[in-house]
Design a protein around this ligand. Structure first.
Ligand SMILES: [Zn+2]
Length: 695
């Protein structure tokens, strides 16, 4: 759980960098083309090709880099060339003429490459060298990537694209060839096809080629043990599979390689042939985790977790189709996380069984319902994940949208549309409207309203059964149901599943609700007893308070939530304050105990007896049974008079302090029992489906 969050975070940072990059692409769209592949719709106009030919020597012990790059371009427009400011440039020429720096940015050497005639191929040659920062394995994932610093050490080298470790033309997709030299015992890798590799007693040498439009180049290196395997793609192409693992996890290689084969097979059958000729899993000494075309880079400790190969690995493999095979148009919304979540994370739950899939859908709706009104943005505005609310929209709401779409047009049309979308947009930038076109063409349905409401509206409809009546008729029974949608700025056109229960069977009816209040009726032979609204949670909607039992996340994401610290001074007060700050990721709004109920979300933190006294003085429901015996600390939610409370109770100050790190990771739970810093029990209060008895 924690790790999944972690992976998401890292992936997001990677995507942010990509987003910035592509934003620049769009800004200078009139100048853009891409090399090798046919231009994408947004990249037409006049052709610009950029190709990098890079040779680098990296010494992790000395922490040095020395490089030479020849950039070939046929652009007729002015270009900006960037290289990290920390490096010394020893040679900068364009077609044999000195290229003068156009300025010194804070972080980058900057050259302006003047405009030229159309279709003239020009060559820029840069030589550079310098120091890399020492690798610090104690940094956490956000620090590692947030810094965008090139780091190196004998345990690993990571040069993110954003660190400016090689000279690159701003805002351009480019193909490349990278020749790597490292001391013997070290291996280096960049995304792409390994075309040459050799090792002597002194040095290691490898050459990678990436003939597709790339968003940027990340370099990874380390004392890797490489394990290889091979598979044939659906079209008979050889796919080279590799793990670059640190020696301490080398025995995990086989299991990972087998899993990768399974994922590639799966997605080739669902979408189309794997677009590349390799896939590698590369271990990192820091707890990173993200994906690039042809590889994924995961922390050693992440790779050790047994569930990663069943979840995150498949997600990262699928990004070779969605994200790194078809590029989202970040200007008009990133669809790739939602589609990847739907076809990976959610699909794996469906494979486990209907209950597991329902649990995931309910979790998504519960998370969304935990946001306060107006806290979310429209899905079309999602570019990359920057905070909890953006993940809830960009990943979960989007995945749910694909589920509703499949429910609407059927599995066959859905699968055909996915394949057609892939076929037409491979290695191009595509937007939500391209997806809509594919689904409309394959299903023959007009999906304008469907896409418009889920992409452009904020919030979600709240739907409930206003009335349900049963009447006996000659041939059986007639049921009349009035449905209402409320609490939204715009009305939705939605298909509402209603399950009708008789004594020994159940039947699902679907009603098209597009007004605020509508009445539907149907006949039934057997006597209906009760009706339930969307008990399988297949409709994206704001759950009613009963359906959405409170979870800890509510007091974490609600900006208006207040905090009551029952210890007014001393260690327990300090620990309580720290915990509140960490949970809410902001300076907590501390209020006096008597003012607690002026807010709709309240966090209460105290020692066990203080908490018990407080509960009884406010006539709150008694401490749940599970919170009474085990453990050194408890956190649980309770809803009382429209107020959501999260109560944290610890045996003593030490037990309270122990929660500061782990508790924020349990936002999706209604309760957690801790023994020290370890969660020994957790769960959500059961959801109560909307049911109306018929009489
Ligand atoms: Zn992803």
């Amino acid at each position: 759980m924690i790790i999944c969050m972690l992976l998401g975070w890292l992936y997001f940072i990677r995507r942010i960098l990509s987003a910035l990059f592509l934003t620049m692409v769009v800004i200078v769209a009139s100048n853009i083309t891409i090399s090798i592949v046919i231009a994408a719709p947004l990249l037409v106009q006049d052709s610009l090709a950029v190709e990098y030919d890079i040779v680098v020597h990296i010494d992790p012990v000395e922490q040095t880099i020395k490089g030479r790059s020849v950039i070939a371009t046929t652009s007729s427009h002015e270009l900006t060339l960037l290289l990290g400011q920390r490096f010394k440039v020893t040679h900068a020429f364009i077609d044999g003429v000195t290229l003068k720096p156009s300025g010194y940015g804070h972080l980058m050497h900057t050259w302006s490459v003047p405009a030229s005639q159309r279709n003239v191929r020009r060559y820029i040659e840069i030589h550079w060298d310098g120091k890399l920062s020492p690798l610090n394995t104690s940094l956490d994932h956000q620090q590692t990537l947030g810094r965008a610093e090139p780091v190196s050490g004998s345990l690993g080298t990571f040069l993110p694209d954003s660190s400016g470790w090689y000279p690159r033309i701003a805002g351009e997709l480019a193909s490349y060839r990278v020749s790597i030299e490292m001391p013997s015992g070290q291996r280096g890798i960049v995304a792409g096809r390994l075309i040459k590799e050799s090792e002597t007693s002194e040095s290691y040498h490898a050459v990678f080629e990436f003939p597709f439009p790339s968003e940027g180049i990340d370099f990874m290196g380390g004392p890797y043990i490489v394990t290889t395997d091979m598979m044939k793609s659906a079209g008979g192409k050889r796919i080279q599979l590799r793990t670059y693992f640190h020696p301490q996890i080398k025995e995990l290689a086989r299991g990972y390689l087998d899993k990768v084969k399974g994922y590639i097979d799966l997605y080739e059958s669902r979408i189309g042939e794997y677009p590349f000729t390799e896939f590698s899993i590369v271990s990192s000494p820091t707890p990173t985790g993200f994906g690039m075309p042809t590889l994924t880079y995961l922390g050693i400790n992440v790779l050790r977790l047994p569930f990663i190969r069943n979840t995150s690995l498949g997600h990262e493999v699928l990004h070779n189709w969605w994200g790194n095979g078809v590029y989202p148009n970040y200007q008009v919304g990133n669809w790739s996380e939602g589609l990847t979540t739907f076809m990976a994370d959610y699909a794996y739950k469906e494979r486990i069984g209907p209950e597991a899939a329902r649990e995931m859908r309910l979790g998504w709706l519960r998370d969304f319902s935990a946001l306060s009104l107006g806290q979310d943005s429209a899905l079309e505005r999602f570019a990359t994940r920057t905070h909890g609310a953006s993940q809830i929209v960009g990943y979960n709401k989007a995945a749910m949208m694909f589920l509703m779409l499949r429910d609407l047009i059927g599995y066959e049309s859905f699968d055909r549309a996915i394949q057609a979308f892939w076929h037409h947009h491979r290695f191009r930038i595509a937007s939500w409207s391209d997806l809509r076109d594919a689904f409309e063409t394959e299903s023959g349905q007009d999906l304008q309203i469907f896409f418009k409401q889920w992409l452009t509206y904020t919030g979600a409809p709240t739907v409930h059964i206003a009335k349900a009546i049963r009447r006996q008729s000659d041939s059986g029974y007639r049921v009349t149901i009035t449905l209402e949608q409320t609490g939204v700025s715009a009305l939705y056109s939605i298909r509402v599943p209603i399950v009708v229960y008789t004594k020994d069977s159940k039947e699902t009816k679907t009603f098209d609700l597009d007004r605020g209040r509508q009445t539907f009726s149907f006949k039934l032979r057997a006597k209906p007893i009760e009706v339930a609204l969307d008990p399988d949670f297949r409709l994206f909607r704001r759950l009613t308070p009963d359906e959405a039992p409170p979870i800890l996340r509510q007091i974490m994401v609600n900006q208006a939530a207040v905090t009551v610290l029952l210890s007014e001074k001393g260690g327990a007060h300090v620990a309580g304050y720290e915990l509140a700050k960490k949970l809410q990721n902001r300076i907590p709004k501390i209020v006096l105990s008597k003012d607690a109920f002026t807010a709709t979300s309240v966090l209460v933190i105290g020692l066990q007896e203080q908490v018990d006294r407080w509960i009884s003085s406010h006539k709150l429901p008694v401490r749940p049974v599970i919170m009474r015996s085990n453990g050194t600390a408890h956190a649980w939610t309770v809803k009382h008079d429209g107020v959501t409370l999260a109560i944290v109770s610890a045996k003593d100050t030490t037990s309270l302090k122990a929660l500061v790190r782990p508790l924020p990771h349990y936002g999706r739970q209604s309760y957690v029992v801790f023994d020290g810093a370890k969660a020994i029990e957790r769960g959500t209060w059961p959801a109560r489906v909307q049911v109306v008895k018929l009489n």
